[in-house]
Design a protein around this ligand. Sequence first.
Ligand SMILES: [Zn+2]
Ligand SMILES: [Zn+2]
Length: 115
Amino acid sequence: MAVYPCDMNGHRYAAAQQSLYVTICKNGDTFTHKLRLCPMHMDIELGLIRGLMKPLEDMLEAGMVCDSCGARTEAIIFAKVFLPKQEPLQYVSDRCGGCQIELTNRLQIGNGRAL
Ligand SMILES: [Zn+2]
Ligand SMILES: [Zn+2]
């Protein structure tokens, strides 16, 4: 039984907690949000992340263009996914300013806690 409610809508659940860390590197600053999630909401997040970002091990170097629209990169977003009894999964995306906001809005990182 998780100690904390799920960050997506504050509901309680009887399962192991899963954690998602989303870090935004922009203009030399770094911001991280942590979300504590139930298995169902983590599944939804992971689906979005897999569709919108790329595995970190596929990144050779920071890209110069936005993964989404091809404009100049203004931010790099990292997602680190902690599932029970697994090594963390890591994803990354190069984004222009507008597409960075779109991505972090879709991931609803505002529901989590800024570290
Ligand atoms: Zn949930
Ligand atoms: Zn873009």
